[in-house]
Design a binder for this molecule. Structure first.
Ligand code: NI
Length: 254
């Protein structure tokens, strides 16, 4: 059974057909789903979904695009939510120099603060790194985030960067991009990195894999990512599923 380690199914897009999306996921063999937080006003909904559905887990954190919502209150809120057993990580946190280059210092400061909260809570971090590989890596190394576990969500770096991350003990999460015809770099990563460092995700509703590219993504489609990785590595689909599911269970304790 598959695990989707990153799906924003708390978003309004899914509200009216949440059960249907879960059922489709189950039909596709998806056993567990992790919903990452992006900003404080969304945490309550994530927790309520975790409490309602056994196979849903959540994370809380402030996304680099939402750093302005970070203050003492939101920091306390993150700490509070982390006490819940189904809130299994801090995320998604990190750096995004693609959308906003005006607040890089602030992004770095808040990324680091949230890593320290994760370390306090002894829970892993789900990391968003967009066009910020160097700084993201430096901060993760400096804070020794690997002690609690690091997931490089929607990994977009080269195979060399992936290997550097793995050397530090990080996990690499791959999603829909792996199935894109022109995604040479990501396909190479999928092929080259050790299986015991690999996680699967959809990043729903974004990043929809082939054959549904361009449409709305949902956790069920993590299956297409696993199929593509199996093809690239010339191993069976079952091998990819079993390795990535074991990795997710071990790291995220789900
Ligand atoms: Ni995300």
């Amino acid at each position: 059974m598959l695990i989707d380690t990153h799906a924003h199914i708390d978003m309004d897009n899914f509200q009216d057909r949440f059960e249907e999306v879960l059922k489709t996921a189950k039909d596709y063999g998806v056993e567990k789903i992790v919903i990452p937080g992006v900003e404080p006003s969304g945490f309550a909904r994530i927790l309520s979904l975790c409490e309602k559905y056994e196979n849903i887990y959540g994370a809380v954190g402030i996304h680099p695009e939402d750093v302005n919502s970070y203050d003492e209150n939101s920091e306390n809120l993150i700490r509070e939510y982390l006490k819940h057993e189904k809130i299994i990580a801090v995320g998604e946190i990190g750096l995004d120099y693609y959308w906003d280059k005006t607040q890089t210092e602030k992004q770095k400061e808040i990324f680091e603060k949230q890593i320290l909260i994760a370390k306090e809570a002894k829970k892993p971090v789900l990391v968003h790194d967009r066009e910020a590989h160097f700084d993201t890596f430096e901060i993760l190394k400096k804070t020794q985030a690997a002690e609690v576990g690091v997931v490089m969500h929607c990994f977009s770096g080269s195979v060399e960067f992936a290997k550097q991350c793995i050397k530090e003990g990080f996990y690499i999460a791959l999603g829909g991009v792996t199935t894109f015809k022109n995604a040479k770099k990501t396909k190479e990563v999928a092929k080259e990195i050790p299986l015991d460092r690999l996680l699967l995700e959809t990043d729903s509703p974004y990043m929809t894999p082939v054959p549904y590219r361009g449409k709305e993504n949902q956790p069920a489609y993590v299956k297409f990512v696993a199929q593509e990785i199996a093809k690239l590595r010339e191993i069976t689909f079952e091998e990819v599923v079993s390795a990535t599911t074991d990795n997710a269970k071990k790291l995220l304790k789900i």
